[in-house]
Design a protein around this ligand. Structure first.
Ligand SMILES: C[S@@+](CC[C@H](N)C(=O)[O-])C[C@H]1O[C@@H](n2cnc3c(N)ncnc32)[C@H](O)[C@@H]1O
Length: 279
């Protein structure tokens, strides 16, 4: 197995929370998700999403940006909280957005936007900008420049608007990363698993107030090594497997699952609740 080299694109402190990039083969299709497969497997993310949604203070008529809506499972739950509101469902992945459109249908309350959250501007949101709230689950850790991310999200929010989010924190899936190392490699791809303290500093610098950031462990069990391997293949090791030949991918995910002491992913979540300052 090959090794990767460390890159820090986010100014995120210690290198161990910042992803590695494969030094040799990276295939062209590595950037996109399989939206239909994610939709079938993302029970953990849908479960966490319910808890995070409860932190949004809504009357039901707000406009909420779902930042990294994925296949729309959590967005669908959000829609139930907004009977007379609107949702801007943003994702960079065409496959995920196609699945979200399929799931959510032609509801006039939803505007779908295919965009990178780092480049998203008010013009792309049309009459929905500025939004009352930004909501995001299981997405921010895939973006390594959190300074720019928070600056950008602040700009999309009205003064006083809410940011409620959850993503991976320091220590997230350490056991999976250890299992990859035990096979002689380094997990390839990019990610940022910051601490609560680093994130609070960044949020305040980007103009957020009433900032609350905390982490919690979220050990996530799977019925057996087989379902664990499916999940690793589609989610945690997606970028890593894209650097391998197609015929090797399934086997590698199975080897990683077998190298883990139990079929449990040691997720650690970073929770964010904040408001854009009123100016
Ligand atoms: C694990 S999925 C989470 C989807 C959904 N929020 C959920 O909880 O099930 C992560 C999503 O973030 C999206 N994403 C990652 N980086 C992004 C970026 N820079 N801009 C927009 N979307 C991004 C991916 O395309 C993917 O759909």
């Amino acid at each position: 197995m090959r090794t990767g080299h460390q890159v820090d694109r986010g100014g995120g402190g210690s290198g161990r929370n910042v992803g590695t990039v494969g030094a040799d083969r990276v295939v062209a299709d590595s950037s996109d998700w399989d939206g239909a497969r994610y939709d079938r497997l993302a029970d953990p993310q849908a479960r966490w999403g319910r808890t995070v949604l409860d932190r949004l203070q809504l009357t039901g008529s707000e406009t909420v940006l779902d930042a990294g809506c994925g296949s729309g499972r959590v967005t669908e739950q959000l829609m139930r909280r907004l009977p007379s509101g609107r949702i801007v469902a943003v994702d960079a992945s065409p496959s995920m957005l196609a699945q979200a459109r399929h799931r959510l249908g032609r509801d006039h309350r939803v505007r779908f936007v295919e965009a990178d959250l780092l480049g998203l501007d008010r013009a792309a949101l049309g009459t929905d900008a500025p939004v009352d709230a930004v909501f995001s689950t299981a997405t921010f850790h895939w973006i390594v420049d959190h300074d720019r991310l928070f600056d950008n999200l602040a700009d999309l929010l009205r003064p006083g608007g809410q940011l409620v989010a959850q993503c991976g924190a320091e220590g997230n899936i350490d056991g999976v990363i250890r299992a990859v190392r035990s096979l002689g490699g380094e997990r390839a791809g990019t990610w940022l698993y910051p601490t609560a303290e680093e994130t609070a500093v960044r949020l305040r610098r980007s103009g957020f107030v009433d900032v609350r950031v905390w982490t919690h462990p979220e050990p996530t069990p799977f019925a057996a090594a087989g379902p664990l391997a499916d999940f690793l293949e589609a989610v945690c090791l997606r970028q890593h497997l894209a650097t391998l030949a197609p015929a090797e991918r399934r086997l590698f995910a199975q080897l990683v699952a077998a190298a883990m002491p139990q079929p449990v992913i040691d997720y650690v979540r970073l929770n964010i609740v904040a408001r854009r300052a009123k100016r």
